[in-house]
Design a protein around this ligand. Structure first.
Ligand SMILES: O=C[C@H](O)COP(=O)(O)O
Length: 247
């Protein structure tokens, strides 16, 4: 029995009040695997609505948060403000933040440390781009991203690591269970050697990138895959089947 299965739904910049209400109504009334932890991540301006509408068993995550409590940071939101709304989680280091918004490994690591210090749990995303995989740099990239975080935090208890190969995100090109397992196993080994054996055993390492109801079951069978971070399919009814991939 490994760590508790975790399924996150990253809605990205999608949804309206009405759409999200419908989605949450249907999640609230679905039979969800009780052994799975489910967390949804709506756009920040709908966090309050989603926290109020979702059953309390469903966690809510922001998709980003800055590394300061308040101040002159136009356009940003803080972990303190998330706490104020009862939001438990934040996604940090998503490849879209890294690529489109040029967030560095160092900034992401500072944000991870700050959110944790504030009492917000973190889904920390790492993963290589296509050209990095093709030039044999996958392990190097993943190591660099992990090292940056490890420089800023010692306690990984409230961190879920999401391995999301960039080439698999939104492309319909899912990593094979073997490809994903290989990197998850490496991440666990890295945690064992660089943090602690307990951290390696207890940390959820989840996979993201074109997960859907048809590929989730096989991926979930892999020894080191402890759940998923789902993008596109989290906006559809099949999200429930992904949550229930192990039953
Ligand atoms: O955060 C989720 C990932 O970016 C995966 O997105 P996707 O399931 O649409 O490929």
């Amino acid at each position: 029995m490994g760590p508790r299965f975790f399924v996150g739904g990253n809605f990205k910049m999608n949804g309206t009040q009405a759409f999200l209400k419908n989605l949450i109504d249907s999640l609230n009334s679905s039979q969800l695997d009780r052994d799975a932890e489910v967390v949804i991540a709506p756009p920040s301006l709908y966090l309050d609505q989603c926290r109020k509408q979702a059953n309390k068993e469903i966690g809510v995550a922001a998709q980003n948060a800055f590394n300061a409590s308040s101040g002159a940071f136009t356009g940003e939101i803080s972990p303190e403000q998330l706490k104020d709304l009862g939001i438990e989680w934040v996604i940090l280091g998503h490849s879209e933040r890294r690529e489109i918004f040029k967030e560095s490994d160092e900034l992401i690591a500072l944000k991870v440390a700050f959110a944790l210090k504030t009492g917000i749990k973190v889904i920390a995303c790492i993963g290589e781009k296509l050209e990095e995989r093709e030039s044999g740099k996958t392990f190097e990239v993943v190591t660099r991203q992990l090292q940056a975080i490890a420089k800023q935090i010692n306690d990984w208890t409230n961190v879920v690591i999401a391995y999301e190969p960039v080439w698999a995100i939104g492309t319909g090109k899912v990593a094979t269970p073997k490809q994903a397992q290989e990197i998850h196993e490496y991440i666990r080994k890295w945690l064992k050697e660089n943090v602690s054996e307990a951290t390696a055993e207890n940390t959820r390492i989840i996979y993201g990138g074109s997960v859907n109801a048809s590929n989730a079951t096989e991926l979930a069978k892999q020894h080191d895959i402890n759940g998923f971070l789902v993008g596109g399919a989290s906006l559809k009814p099949e999200f429930v089947n992904i949550v229930n991939a192990r039953i």
